[in-house]
Ligand binder design. Structure first.
Ligand code: ACO
Length: 519
């Protein structure tokens, strides 16, 4: 994939399209229905292809407040739309679009090229691109789920959803996964640069010995792995990891040297795969396999899982998956790690919180569910009815949709290639389901831009390399450990307690407190 990071984005890179449009004679009720269906806040009114007006949510409020409010079906849009519409060209710089929108108090600005409507740029599109915006500017209207809000300054990486691009410290994540090793990217994330051969050797010598589990923790693992009936490897690894932190004496970073915090971060990345595989094997009544100090991080992970040195193809497949998922902006788990770090809590607590956030199906818990979906669909004939029924019932197709990507997720595209390399024939069915799911989502959820995310092909790749389903999310955690710890180091280097406010919407206080009823 070409490195698109250097091109300064213009309006055409971020605008929404296709635009929801209406005729001047359509009723306001029709327009409101179109806006509701497409999940947008405006309709552009066209006459013979020419922009003649715009109807926004504010106009609907205006109409509702008048005596005509009860008869929207008869009010034609031309009577309620704004006729003098400002437009901009697709090549306009984003900063200019932002200035126009904020100075004139607009929320939507149609984009016109050679007299034809080609898109619309909204406040939301611009906020997605915003680097850092003071939160008080949006007090009372912070988007639900903090969508599009920049909540930290970071040099670690960035996701450009409209362009389908993500990078680690300016290098395309996909290019890194194609050309470099996991250890090189780990070095890049921690030290700020890709290593020279000598640096790579020194980094390897520093990190490989950190893979082992402390002697005091080892005897406790069988208890964790066989506790109760429900073995959830990610939960078990979180518990074991907390014991490691306790044993190694991790404490508030406010009281330790930065070099010690860095050592803790390295130890965390190095040891987590050992904990995951040891606990999994113990649960299966197998002896844990000691780390192989000769193997790379990725190959050693597979080795500790099976006891056999993996083929170079399998090791590279898992390594590429791990590299692609090291970091991805201020996703929920990374944000959690930064929030916890901002309190001065120890690195282990921040990681435990991040692991909790990752476990949710809306974040890292989806790959096994995506695979389950493929198994349930079973045949090509069953695809359409199965997918339609789920979407119409309001259920989510696992492995589709993303908060930031509104186009192909580049991680998914690369993992599709990795899966094809491993077993082209087996991946045909997944590709068919992917295509039908995208088409059906476009039909039943128009305008939501739902495409496969990293989790769809992640499950398939991991399944092909023989990874058990229950280890999909823990494997994701093994790679994201690098991103989390890099963010913890960055947060600690320039910290301010992250403590936002809620927007209270309950009844007006103070209410008199009634006396407790006598029992
Ligand atoms: N299947 C069907 N409809 C979907 C899907 C989906 N996978 N994803 C979103 N939608 C629909 C929603 O129902 C909603 O429709 P509506 O406008 O009619 O209410 C609309 O698209 C917008 O959905 P939101 O929930 O607002 O989108 P958000 O940005 O919050 O969600 C998320 C992103 C959580 C990833 C969502 O797409 C989802 O639930 N996907 C399925 C789970 C999944 O794949 N998780 C892994 C994410 S990747 C990662 O974290 C590493």
């Amino acid at each position: 994939m070409a490195n698109t990071a250097t091109k300064a984005p213009a309006v055409e890179d971020i605008m929404s399209r296709p635009v929801v449009t209406a005729n001047p004679t359509n009723s306001v009720a029709t327009c409101a229905g179109l806006m509701n269906d497409a999940h947008v806040g405006s309709v552009v009114v066209l006459d013979d292809g020419r922009v003649v007006g715009i109807l926004t949510e504010r106009d609907l409020v205006r109409l509702a407040a008048t005596r005509y409010g009860s008869d929207w079906t008869r009010s034609p849009v031309k009577e309620w739309m704004h006729e003098e519409v400002d437009t901009i060209g697709p090549e306009t710089a984003i900063s200019d679009a932002f200035r126009t929108i904020s100075e004139r108090g607009y929320r939507h600005l149609p984009v016109v090229s050679n007299g034809a409507l080609v898109g619309i740029v909204t406040m939301r599109d611009l906020m997605r691109q915003a680097r850092i915006q003071p939160a008080d500017r949006y007090a009372g209207e912070v988007p639900k789920g903090l969508e599009g809000l920049a909540v930290a300054e970071t040099e670690i990486g960035d996701v450009r959803g409209q362009q389908g691009f993500f990078h680690y410290r300016q290098y395309s994540g996909v290019d890194l996964a194609e050309k470099r090793s996991f250890e090189d990217v780990w070095h890049l994330m921690f030290e700020g640069e890709l290593p020279t051969a000598a640096q790579a050797k020194a980094f390897r010598e520093e990190t490989v010995p950190l893979r082992g589990i402390p002697a005091a923790v080892k005897p406790l693992l069988p208890g964790i792995a066989t506790l109760g009936k429900n073995f959830v490897p990610l939960q078990a690894a979180k518990a074991a990891y907390s014991l490691v932190c306790n044993e190694l004496g991790f404490k508030t970073w406010l009281e330790i040297e930065r070099s010690e915090l860095r050592d803790q971060a390295l130890r965390t990345v190095a040891i987590f795969p050992t904990l995951v595989t040891a606990l999994y094997r113990l649960n299966q009544a197998l002896e844990p396999v000691e780390p192989n100090l000769e193997l790379s991080h990725a190959a050693n992970y597979l080795y500790m899982l099976t006891g056999e040195v993996p083929s170079p193809e399998r090791a590279r497949a898992v390594e590429q998956y791990l590299m692609l998922t090291i970091d991805h902006g201020l996703n929920a788990s990374t944000f959690s790690a930064r929030v916890i770090t901002s309190t001065g809590a120890d690195l282990g607590s921040a990681i435990a919180g991040a692991l909790g956030a990752l476990s949710g199906p809306l974040h890292g818990g989806a790959p096994s569910l995506a695979l389950k979906m493929l198994a349930e669909i079973g045949t090509r004939e069953n695809a359409d009815p199965w997918l339609r029924e789920r979407v119409l019932a309001g259920q989510r197709l696992m492995g589709f949709g993303h908060r930031v990507y509104k186009t192909d997720d580049p991680r998914s595209t690369m993992l599709r290639g990795v899966a094809e390399r491993l077993d082209g024939e087996r991946v045909e069915f997944a590709k068919f389901i992917e295509k039908r799911a995208v088409e059906i989502l476009e039909e039943l959820k128009p305008g939501r831009a739902l495409y496969p995310n990293v989790e769809f092909y992640a499950g398939i790749v991991m399944n092909m390399i023989g990874m058990p389903d229950t280890l999909f999310t823990p494997t994701f955690a093994c790679s994201r450990m690098v991103g989390w710890t890099a963010h913890i180091l960055e947060q600690a280097a320039d910290n301010r307690l992250i403590r936002p406010s809620g927007h209270y919407i309950g009844p007006e206080p103070p209410a008199p407190v009634p006396d407790a009823e006598a029992s």
